[in-house]
Design a protein around this ligand. Sequence first.
Ligand code: SIN
Length: 313
Amino acid sequence: MTDLSTTIADRTFSNCMMNAAGVRCADENDLNQLIASPAGAYVTKSATPNVREGNPEPRMKSLPGGCINSMGLPNHGLDYYLDFVLKDQAARPDKTNLLSIAGTTLEDNLAMLHKVADSDFNGFVELNLSCPNVPGKPQVGYDFDRVREILTQVFAFYDKPLGVKLPPYFDLVHFDQIAAVLNDFPLTFVNSINSVGNGLVIDPNAERVAIKLGGLGGIGGTFIKPTALANVRGLSLRLKPEIAIIGTGGVMNGTDVFEHILCGASMVQVGTQFGFEGTRIFKRLSKELSAIMAAKGYQSIDDFKGKLKTFDD
Ligand code: SIN
């Protein structure tokens, strides 16, 4: 019998798989479906202080094996999601879930976090430092001094469990630099990676870009898995052990989940393929991961978490 549960900080999750923020988690109906599924937790759509329409459509296009999106954080505003998680927490006090926050300014993030700090919410906040789709707002996760400034101000008052969602890094020096910043703070987790920003997808028949806003958007799907794995592994080798890693990117099947965990992920989020399949994906992935573990004689994810071998081992 394989055990797919996982632990982050002192919280146990019945399953190591969950949705990624942004996909099918924007309203109560979506979130209730996640609650009813085998997913070990849910994360809410990244919230801004007020309702936000997001970018003009078309802003998402499916591709073979993935998608491009430039959603621009359409969401119902923080109060909507905070109200949902508080009601859920009252109904299911033994469960931990994630509230995603993505202010487009530091002031917005601090104001939202003050509201969460003042509430009874005792789950995890996922502070999104990596949305690539807000015109005029660079991805904060690429500005290491700014990340330090934000976390300094956040942890000056916020003392509940909090993690950050990071963009993908492509240079080992950047892994070193971001890890050096993150290791200076009492983070509960990092989530790596958000979509690969500013890809360009073209409709060759129309000879036109596939989505609005110049055609640029975040890329998700099978083709970003090597980048995601490199980031999960790169951070796992550099972060202090108290900071857990949530692995996200390119998860289509149980092997992908297995590989994220081998690289050091304690939990694995599914975005693009969850968008295609809906909550039934969690049953399929659980079955596939269990089969891999059973074939290898692994009983729990701790049996292989972070134990990726190299040719030097
Ligand atoms: C979006 O709403 O643009 C996607 C959210 C994200 O990539 O963080």
